[in-house]
Design a binder for this molecule. Structure first.
Ligand code: MG
Length: 163
């Protein structure tokens, strides 16, 4: 980062409902599960929260403005591809990510074994090293929609510096 360049941090939040007959994709990793996340794209709630945090850092609006769920082009979309496109749009606006941190809230299955692969996928899409990206997972402890297993939530922050 050049002297005087001020970093910016954006936040992201997303949620998707858990349903039968859908794959569970988090951070681009397909995870064995009876239920998957419902949505227009692959419904990768973790990657969506990171896209929104990235767009927030660059002051470029939100994921729905860039990749509308009314657009057939994005039906079943690979959200990592959307993240790569968001990185390109941020670069065009003069911003590049330097750090990302995210939390997934999901009652089951346990995400611990999948975190390294999620982190690697997200780092690659962001153009970062794995040491610059963190993925955390927690549960709802039986409370609320997450705790009842009705859906998943993801939160993220991304910090950008002038490209
Ligand atoms: Mg979403």
């Amino acid at each position: 980062m050049s002297p005087g360049a001020v970093p910016r941090t954006g936040s992201g939040w997303d949620t998707h409902r858990l349903v039968a007959g859908r794959p569970l994709v988090l951070g681009g990793v397909r995870i064995e599960s009876e239920l998957g996340l419902d949505g227009h794209s692959d419904a990768d709630v973790l990657t969506h929260a990171i896209i929104d945090a990235l767009l927030g850092a660059a002051c470029l609006g939100d994921i729905g403005e860039h990749f509308p769920d009314t657009d057939e082009a994005f039906r079943g979309a690979d959200s990592l591809a959307l993240l790569r496109e968001a990185v390109a749009r941020c670069a065009a606006a003069g911003w590049r990510p330097v750090h990302a941190d995210a939390t997934v809230l999901l009652e089951r299955p346990k995400l611990l074994p999948h975190k390294p692969a999620m982190r690697a996928n997200l780092a690659a899409a962001l153009g970062l090293g794995e040491g610059d990206v963190n993925v955390k997972a927690t549960r709802g402890e039986g409370m609320g929609p997450v705790g009842r297993g009705e859906g998943a939530v993801a939160l993220a922050t991304v910090t950008c510096v002038p490209a």
